[in-house]
Write a protein that binds this ligand. Sequence first.
Ligand code: ACM
Ligand code: ZN
Length: 756
Amino acid sequence: MKPSLFLCIFFLVFSSCSIKNEKAIQPQIIPIPYSQKILSGNFILSKETTIIGDLALKNVTNYLNSFITTNFNIKPSAKEAKNSIHLLIDTAIENEEEYHLSIRNNKILIKAKTAKGAFYGVQTLLQLIPVTVTSKNIPIQCIEIKDKPQFSYRGMHLDVGRHLFSVVFIKKYIDILSKLKINTFHWHLTEDQGWRIEIKRYPKLQEIAAYRKETLIGHYNEQPHKFDGKKYGGYYSQEEIKEVVKYASDRFIDIIPEIEMPGHSQAAIAAYPELGCTGDSVKVATKWGVFKEIYCPKETTFTFLENVIDEVVELFPSKYIHIGGDEAPKTNWKNCNHCQKLIKNKNLKDEHGLQSHFISRMEKYINKKGKQIIGWDEILEGGLAPNATVMSWRGTKGAIEAAKQKHTVILTPMSHCYFDHYQSENEEEPLAIGGYLPLKKVYSFNPIPEELNEEEAKYVLGAQGNIWTEYMKTSDKVEYMAFPRIIALAEATWSKPALKDYTDFKHRLIHFQKRLDALHIKYANHLYEIEGKIIPVENNINYQLTCNTKGKQIHYTTDNSEPTSNSSIYSLPIPVKESTIIKAASFDGSKKISTIHIAKINKHNAIGKTITLSKPPHKSYNAGGKQALINGVSGSSKRYGDKEWLGFWGDDITITIDLGTPLEIHSIATRFYNANGQWIYAPKNIEITLDNNSSIKEIMNTETVSNNLIVNYKKEFNNKKAQFITLTIPNYGVIPEGKQGSGNKAWTFIDEIIVN
Ligand code: ACM
Ligand code: ZN
């Protein structure tokens, strides 16, 4: 045998042995690609692989090379090699962010029109390599992928005003966004509670506006307010910002800075009181909310803001500057001579017209600098600035209006994109602002409102998740709130709707969690949480438990004890004969892998009966449907966004329950949510009618209950016989001046209606 042939056979035997040890992973790519076809065979990545890129793709090629070297301790060969990875520019590809990835036994080919597209091809390739490898010969599944995004704007926001995060963390955040093909980081840099960007011309922004005396402890809804007594603050120097911008640009992430105006500017006014209407000295805010200290539209203010913008545009290459525009109470403008004169002189309708004038004037300046503005949807009020892009956050109404006016829009509705809301119904969740936005709901998000026709839908650039950090003191908490919801949004904005499948996504996510572990991201895991549902059955009810992830077991108890792997195994809905507490958890063998689901079932006379509502609940707060009001299960005492509370925005409501036959009624009770910071108000009065004749009008004094998060309502009826129960619940009305959301209609949230 010739030595060379011997060597060859030896190498084949040796290498196939090592291939056996390490198996190629099955593709579990997030976001799911536009098209993918698995082929037979593997490509072996080793030190005998060479990476070759077009000159225009030098940075991407270097990124891939250094990733492989750092993460797998494999140094790709510089020249002569057994196999190769090629990165090529292909001008025939249409979409700027598209890539084609072909993996064959001896060659990996990534083709794209731009470096950005090639970078996304590389990210997909890296998801085809296991997180941890044990061999220096890594098999990669042969596959053919053609991929491109559904939306051109795929964003994530971070509020650094309420809490500040290190440059190291900002980079970590940007890095993971880029791996998910998110292309925009919206950096919310100025707030009432702190100004976070160095502006050299205005040193007091650094000395005064960047620091607050102390910070609110606990939730805003907990009264009286308590403070920690500790000075808090800091800011990013211009050098740090340049470093972050460069880091992001290497990962094809555009950073949009937000400089809030005219509202959320109390910190700036604390530093320079002449920017406000009164000139009075104010403090950097120490609690959360909306403040009446807003910029006064006088020449000195515009000079200040223009000088700020001059420095901002030098730092950020982005096409867009976000100018805020949200939540600016007009109280001070109403009492200001200058503001009132300006309204008259400019022939403006009112203070909203003045806000529009303010924004349009700043837009003109920013446009002259070659940039476009984005503003929150309040910039629609009083007339939209001519070239503005709208960020729709108070639902999708702003997006619909703006698109119909032929303005580009970005969807960030609270209902699907506010990752500061709770993600689990579990009462043990860490403190959050409120609401309820589970992973599944984020995943289900379709950024195009159904009210738009095809032509109007073209104005939808995409969507963004928002992270407001009032209740996130640490970067660990930001990660917990952000992940995995960011991952669901990444797929909802990149992948075409026809490919979306939540069950499949969850399985890919379980795999992706290993990648998050490797990146030391402290994500939340509610994948194995149990969902419960009341099932009415002839004169009785059953309680159904589900855990949607395959292969796990549910164990439960009905004696108020904690479930263990020795507790009853759930297989069929549990019959509920009397008021019961069911506790259940998911198990993998003997290991509990979920939090404990607790269902307090209160058997009463209206369960499963017929209920009619004069108005449907708002579609964002209707998870349980109308039957949730009479299913025996009350809503959370801490959250209004679960399946049990129903939310109505601005509507007066009439609810009728038909008991099927006349029954003796002892009492009727229900609860209203009352979180004024979230625009939720208990009604001022409610009226109950039995069989349309005995009208009982109950006045609730909202003054006395305004500090209670839950307002209880109960009426005794001394066993009066009736078949029909009607509750008339007028909406609270418009939110008063000085309160959060003032001028908007209040929400009404109602819980279980308990009929005994
Ligand atoms: C916002 O959440 N105030 C835009
Ligand atoms: Zn003024």
